[in-house]
Design a protein around this ligand. Sequence first.
Ligand code: FE2
Length: 288
Amino acid sequence: MAQGRVCMAADVSAVAMTPDLGAEIRGIDLSSPLSDGCFRRILDLFHRYCVVFLRDQALDPRLLARFAARFGEIDLPAGGEASIPGLPQVSVIVDSLRDPPASGRARYRLSWHSDHSSQPAPALATVLYAADCPDRGGDIEFVNMCSVFNALPREKQLFLEKLRALHGADLAPAEAALGAGTAADATPPLVEHPVVRVHRETGRKALYVAKDTVSRVLGLAAGASRKLIDELEAFATQPRFIYAHHWRKGDVLVWDNRCTLHRMRPFDQRYERTLHCIQIKGEVPIAA
Ligand SMILES: [Fe+2]
């Protein structure tokens, strides 16, 4: 499309990466304004595929924030993260030797999780822009947790729909403490969420657990709770449910935290990657 003109719905085309997870959106230059019809088309794809991305974008952080704001109210980073000067809503993730992979934040990123699940109203969506990255390593993987829930036996679904779980375990406390404005070494309160949540826009049910961020399932003995969470994550992260996104410089990636898990894959520390990140405010999860 010609640079500078408003993007219209007719400009949008999409290529699905899998039948129900991940779609590349084509025909859009995000440095140009988007018409309402154009964004509705993007939103439809976002709801259908849970993860959408656009390649070859050249965006300064201000334009990235303009695009992100179409998805909802932008949240400020939880704290402790570097941000763009003058744009506190855009955090900067630098993967390099300066960000040791053993740090709690790095380990959190490498584990399956849904962003901010240790907070009462977890992030609705996350927008990442590959400002600079090498063409190798460090993919980000996703799972569609609605598809995972649908693949479970009916009796298991009914059992899980009745359960609630406490989030904020292992890797999550540091993140939760930052979100609560407390010191990272203080113990943050655990937050209770349904094990199965309903997506407000699509009405679909999604499994909402990950073993490194859920402390325990309420009403179950500790051993049974741990066994259930481990089993559910192992089931959810089978290769058949995963879409792995291979980063290219200029990628803009948006995912729906209400119905996906994600994790970063290990990054070759000989290279450096810079991602700009914006979180969209979410809501208290709706129980099934
Ligand atoms: Fe994340």
